[in-house]
Design a binder for this molecule. Sequence first.
Ligand SMILES: [Zn+2]
Length: 542
Amino acid sequence: MVGHGDLIPLPVSYEEREGVFHFGAETFIVAPPELLREAGALAAWLSSVDGVGKVSAVQAGVAPAPSGEKTSTSAPTGVPGAGACRGCSVIHLSLVQDAGRGARRGPRAPEAYELEIAPAGIEIRGTDAAGVVRGAASLWQLALAQGGNVGAALVRDEPRFRWRGIMLDCARNFFRVEFIEKVLDLTALHKLNVFHWHLTDDQAWRLEIPSKPELTERGAFRRDLRYRIDQWKGGYYSREDVARIIDYARARHILVVPEIELPGHSTALLASHPEFSCLGAQDPSVRFEPEDRYGIFEDIVCGGNERVLSFFDEVLGQVCAMFPGDYVHMGGDEAPKGRWLTCPVCRQKMAMLGMRRADGEYEPEHLQAWFMERLAEMLAQRGKRMIGWDEVVEGGIGKDTVVMCWRSSEQGKRAAKLGYDVVMCPQQACYLDHKHLDVPEEPGQLGVCTVKDSYMFEPIPEGLSAAERRHILGGQANLWSELLYFGRQAEYMLFPRLCALSEVFWSARRKRDFEDFCARLGAHERRLGALDLLYYKGKLSK
Ligand SMILES: [Zn+2]
């Protein structure tokens, strides 16, 4: 019988079977050595579900030692549950790269999985370790909705897009490491696989750079001007915090992408290095404070200054050492060029690089592209690829840069046609700091984005050729935090729009149906409730 177990995102197929799997007093997740980390993540998820008893991860071939019973000598192999212990239940994790060619039809695509729930036990088979974790997330969802008795089923599933991201702005508001770990679990619950960590902005520099302690000393704390309270607020992430987040994300197969914003949105950097601004390079008395206001500020990093670039060569060396992933986001958006047009250093650089039109006008967009390209080279030397917001296309940056499209889908379409790889996160559907509904009492800023607006978003724009469509890597939900002071508020803005976007990024386009999504959302809200999340409960469309 075909069903869907109220899973969000909707799986490729879900076949209901006879019977029920009962979580016993104790459950063992049996995994080969290469999947023990993933088994640990699933154990942590399941043990906090009501109705599921104790859950622990054990290595295959090593007999589990159930509480209060003698250690069994026979290892649990083959049939789940066999030889383990009385009253115990067993979940097997395995990799099945060649399953497609074997007797049993199995998953083949990256992150694909099969989840087989039978009364005798559960099996999660993935094409890779990430696939096992995606299957584990489905099991977590079913257990959250059904408790200790999960209906038998066979789920076969794989993602539509390879980039399924969530961005959390930790510069405007400082979120504690514990909250970020919670966000990573929710990211995994919805089968998203990228955590874009916005670490620097006008309001703060949050990342500890070992050789440049002044960046966080001056840049991580700001005076509260909004409430006129004479106190400093803020915080930063130490190297240990970063390592902890990366470890946590790794077990959940989530790529962590740090963002160091340049040349705009850099007031907090200028607070410790005013000489990096166009004005400060000329006048040593110029000073900046991390902003407690929001918007776009005139003073940005001086684009023609070689000292800025050599400083960032060192900073990025340390960023690349801290973050093992292949990508670093360098911002590149909302950088007003007024200062560059009058700055002697910027003007000299533009003249030298031939960035003047026939009528003598300078071309600061090209200076920005040149500046960003230098950063991209620093990253490439360290084996990393640069990501930039869609403005970076304007000055003609190199094609290896990944473009994160935020202003509108049209920008993403343009970039894909030019040959850039693109991550789609247009504000109209993917900016979760917007209001859920156009009523005065709803929190949010800069626009309205209903759950339906998010759900109806299609990441692949009309009018692209097959080759151009392949440049669309996927999509991302972005949560800016100008108006968020607590994790609770962040949860309210994220849900249930993040659920809608997870389906946009994971599920097949032809299977997406808003009515059907709304019907499943009822069960899914019970999951959100069980996880003690604050979420929006009002109208889902205009
Ligand atoms: Zn300048």
